[in-house]
Every structure is written in structure tokens, then in C-alpha cells.
Design a binder for this molecule. Structure first.
Ligand SMILES: [Zn+2]
Length: 66
């Protein structure tokens, strides 16, 4: 199964979608919006900003351990 490493995050503050490259072997906790410079953090229960705000889940989740 192919792992997607390019995700589109949508900033919850300004609503601006933006492309980001996901690290394949780690969870990324912080992401700074390129538009409004809000620093995004994961929502409660999510492992990383991509699971919370992007259109695809992070590579460790895609790889499929529960
Ligand atoms: Zn923003």
C-alpha cells in the first residue's frame, strides 16, 4: 500500500488550505500557517497536526497499526 506524504492542511484560524510534506517516520505536533502564522497543534486524541487538519492521515497511521 502506497503511503501519501503530501497533504493539504486547512488552517482553522484563517481557513487557508496549504500543501505540506509529512515526515514518514514521525508525528508532527506543530505547524505554522503560512498565511496567518497561527501555530497549529493536534486536537485532543489526534497524534499530529495532519490527523487533525489535513485531508489525509499521517504516514504512521496510514501504515496501519490500529
Ligand atoms: Zn492561518
Amino acid at each position: 500500500m502506497a503511503i501519501i506524504t503530501r497533504a493539504t492542511l486547512r488552517c482553522p484560524r484563517c481557513g487557508k488550505p496549504q500543501q505540506a510534506e509529512m515526515p514518514v517516520d514521525a508525528c508532527q505536533f506543530f505547524y505554522e500557517c503560512r498565511e496567518c502564522h497561527e501555530v497549529l497543534r493536534p486536537k485532543p486524541g489526534d497524534c499530529c497536526v495532519f490527523c487533525s487538519y489535513a485531508d489525509v492521515r499521517c504516514p504512521p497511521k496510514q501504515a496501519g497499526s490500529t
